[in-house]
Design a protein around this ligand. Structure first.
Ligand SMILES: C[S@@+](CC[C@H](N)C(=O)[O-])C[C@H]1O[C@@H](n2cnc3c(N)ncnc32)[C@H](O)[C@@H]1O
Length: 231
């Protein structure tokens, strides 16, 4: 993972209570630093036990601001702050039909499931079968059984459940894959790390009746998208 220093694997020692306290402190810090506005996103971050989505020997680092390795080729769970960083500008909310490209650990999908609620839909795609199996186990153990998990190239989207209100890409592309824009509702939003001019910009796209409107949120550092639209 270029640009990040990954802590060494070690036997976990932290208790459930210690993780619960770390989770509360993390949410309070994200709030103070201006990452959080939506009460639903805040409630989801307080509820989902991030430590249950982390490989055993990295579990104690669950609430540190570092991406951690996952089973599979080049898969990571993103830093804790990156979830509100993506979901706040996306305006992810109750009732949305949400597509995630890059399931990773399953943590982002679990958060989204809490945010969209019972009338919403979460579909998440993962290209790597080992990573998908890891996430599937994590989601089952934590009780998230109604997320649609799809193995395949997320750059192609998942037309079976389209259209989507919100789409989130968690791997960096050179350009937003056209199939994802096709599967986005008019009025819908998509967020993605896009490689341009030697950096990665976190790009928010809104689909309007007149076309797409684009905004750069900040610079980020993500692994490259694989598959047809891989960078
Ligand atoms: C930063 S990680 C995802 C983090 C994840 N959202 C989480 O909460 O753990 C990016 C993921 O995208 C996956 N990926 C890369 N290219 C993909 C593609 N074309 N389709 C689907 N998944 C892809 C990688 O295998 C990796 O698991």
């Amino acid at each position: 993972m270029p640009g990040w220093i990954i802590p060494p694997p070690r036997e976990p020692v932290k208790s459930r209570e210690a993780f619960r306290r770390e989770r509360q402190e993390k949410v309070a810090r994200l709030n103070r630093r201006g990452y959080l506005r939506s009460e639903r996103i805040k409630a989801a971050l307080l509820k989902v036990p991030r430590e249950d989505f982390i490989p055993f020997f990295y579990r104690d680092y669950a609430y540190e601001e570092v991406p951690l390795p996952l089973p599979g080729e080049e898969a990571t769970i993103s830093c804790p702050h990156s979830y509100p960083l993506f979901y706040e500008p996306l305006g992810l909310d109750r009732g949305h039909r949400f597509l995630e490209v890059g399931l990773g650990s399953g943590y982002g999908a679990a958060l989204a499931r809490e945010i969209v609620g019972e009338h919403g839909l979460v579909v998440s795609m993962e290209i790597d079968p080992l990573t998908l199996a890891f996430a599937g186990d994590n989601l089952k153990k934590t009780g998230y059984r109604d997320i649609v998990l799809v193995q395949g190239d997320g750059g192609l989207g998942y037309p079976d459940r389209a259209p989507y209100d919100r789409i989130c890409m968690t791997a960096a592309c050179k350009k937003i894959p056209p199939p994802l824009l096709d599967q986005l509702k008019t009025g819908g939003r998509l967020i993605a790390p896009v490689k341009e001019d030697g950096v990665q910009n976190l790009v928010l796209v809104e689909k309007t009746p007149e076309g797409t409107v684009r905004e750069v949120i900040c610079q980020v550092l993500y692994l490259s998208l694989r598959g047809r639209y891989g960078a």
